[in-house]
Design a protein around this ligand. Structure first.
Ligand code: IMP
Ligand code: MG
Length: 173
């Protein structure tokens, strides 16, 4: 197995995170921001993003994983949910990558049932071509082609999350 050269470099990543944080800071100036990181994948992006946001915020996390049972359907399991009451909060879900959209759609609907004051979604990467379920994305870092990527929190078999850049992952056959 090999991990190739950077597909997105540390500099490209940091610049984009700054742009996203600037937009969020502008939009959430007078709000009651609760930034909810979706673990595990978003942990690196999330920690960079919140440190560049210049308005007050609270943090919380959801630990979820999805199991693809067939080609067309997936099941999402939430192992840890947020603890805060969200009825007076402007929730921002922070995700690493949206692929089929199944995971985020499930988490979004689950969050909507808790009736937050508002709900928006920020994802660092968007693999549009792969979408099976439409999910409204408010802040997107990079739209990428249909390649499997690792690094910057993204894994293959729970490995490579600690790579500081994003690389296309290829299996050596
Ligand atoms: P979904 O298909 O949109 O539900 O995405 C489910 C999850 O699959 C994402 O949150 C990621 O954890 C993972 N995933 C999707 N594409 C990639 C990838 O290219 N690299 C690493 N993980 C991925
Ligand atoms: Mg994820």
């Amino acid at each position: 197995m090999i991990v190739g050269r950077p597909f997105l470099t540390v500099d490209q990543i940091q610049k984009k995170v700054r742009d996203l944080a600037d937009s969020i800071s502008t939009d959430y100036g007078n709000k009651n921001l609760l930034a909810v990181g979706i673990l595990k994948g978003a942990f690196v992006f999330y920690s960079d993003l919140v440190r560049m946001i210049r308005v007050p915020l609270m943090v919380d996390f959801i630990l979820a994983s999805s199991y693809v049972k067939s080609n067309t359907s997936g099941e999402v399991k939430v192992m840890h949910d947020i603890t805060a009451d969200v009825t007076d909060k402007d929730v921002l879900l922070v995700e690493d990558i949206v692929d089929t959209g199944i995971t985020l759609n499930y988490i979004r609907e689950r969050m909507l049932m808790k009736e937050p004051r508002s709900l928006r979604i920020c994802t660092f990467l968007d693999k549009k071509e792969r979408r099976e379920v439409e999910v409204p994305l408010d802040y997107v870092g990079y739209s990428i082609p249909n390649e499997f990527v690792v690094g910057y929190g993204l894994d293959y078999d729970n490995k490579f999350r600690n790579l500081p850049y994003i690389s296309v992952f290829k299996k050596r056959t």
